[in-house]
Design a protein around this ligand. Structure first.
Ligand SMILES: Nc1ncnc2c1ncn2[C@@H]1O[C@H](COP(=O)(O)OP(=O)(O)OP(=O)(O)O)[C@@H](O)[C@H]1O
Ligand SMILES: [Mg+2]
Length: 276
């Protein structure tokens, strides 16, 4: 198996010139640094959510997921003993190899996170009537940087408009589903790519706690903005005064447990299914 890319969280293997094995590890990153302690079960949760959402959204946009990949992944585990995790079918997907469009398509339904840093005058959780599209560059190393839509348009031409429109449509669609589950989708990030035929596809993960900020509706209503993601880790490392430069500190077991509990809670509440 040829490992073609190791991201902060995922390992990508080449299966053929058309297909990749897209494996979600249990690695956790915060402030763009990977932690030495994994969060057991996280990759399975991310994969379950991504599959579920891609299935729901398939009428809106084609995705990179090849579908029907379980049997092939079981065969891969047997054919490459020791090289792949034994729970591969739960933590990986077989996807179409795409040329990644080098922008992160960030959509915000509410003012939160980095938006508040650049707009300190805005009250947290102010809702935007039309979701805001705030793209950023995909940095090879280090932090992604927010860019203007005009800059994205200069780089991509009309494709920028297509991605913006698709992103907002996907965000609205998912917000409706989350609302029914008692969850507020605050913001999210998509990646898009082009397949061999030039078709734009939704790639990477989507609507997971690593790519999105979810807050329970009941919490929002009482003004508590506790998001269901790695916020517990961020709060912990801020508390101990980590300077956000590598290496990342070890995580106490209770921080790891609370984090996976939050990932699982959001996954179960959205999909109604428990995984491992
Ligand atoms: N269908 C696809 N074809 C090619 N590359 C893909 C596809 N889907 C996702 N990717 C890429 O796979 C990588 C996923 O790995 P991971 O999420 O760990 O990366 P990351 O650390 O978030 O960030 P970076 O994008 O900077 O590598 C991303 O670089 C993403 O752009
Ligand atoms: Mg990623």
């Amino acid at each position: 198996m040829k490992l073609i890319k190791q991201g902060k969280v995922r390992d990508l293997y080449s299966l053929s010139d058309r297909q990749l094995l897209f494996v979600a590890s249990d690695r956790l990153s915060a402030y763009d640094v990977v932690f030495p302690d994994p969060v057991p079960g996280k990759g399975v949760v991310l994969t379950a959510l991504t599959r579920w959402w891609l299935e729901q959204a398939k009428g809106l946009v084609p995705s990179h997921w090849a579908g029907n990949d379980q049997e092939q992944m079981r065969e891969l585990v047997i054919a490459h003993p020791g090289a792949l995790p034994s729970d591969l079918p739960e933590r990986a997907m077989i996807v179409e190899r795409c040329e990644v469009i080098p922008f992160e398509c960030v959509v915000r339904g509410f003012a939160f996170g980095s938006y508040l840093k650049t707009h300190p005058e805005v009250k947290p959780m102010t809702s935007f009537e039309t979701p805001l599209f705030t793209p950023s560059t995909k940095a090879e190393k280090g932090h992604d940087e927010t860019v203007s839509f005009e800059a994205m348009r200069q780089a991509l031409g009309e494709t920028a408009d297509t991605l913006k429109e698709l992103s907002i449509r996907l965000f609205r669609f998912a917000s409706g589903i989350c609302a029914k589950a008692g969850i507020v989708l605050v913001d999210t990030k998509f990646e898009f790519g082009r397949d061999r035929g030039g078709t734009i596809r939704l790639i990477d993960e989507c609507f997971t706690p690593d790519s999105s900020r979810f807050i329970l509706k009941e919490d929002v209503e009482r003004g508590v903005y506790d998001s269901f993601d790695k916020q517990i880790v961020r709060d912990y490392v801020d508390r101990i005064g980590w300077d956000r430069r590598p290496p990342a500190p070890r995580l106490p077991p209770e921080i790891v447990e609370k984090t996976i509990a939050r990932y699982r809670a959001i996954q179960q509440r959205i999909t109604g299914v428990r995984v491992s």
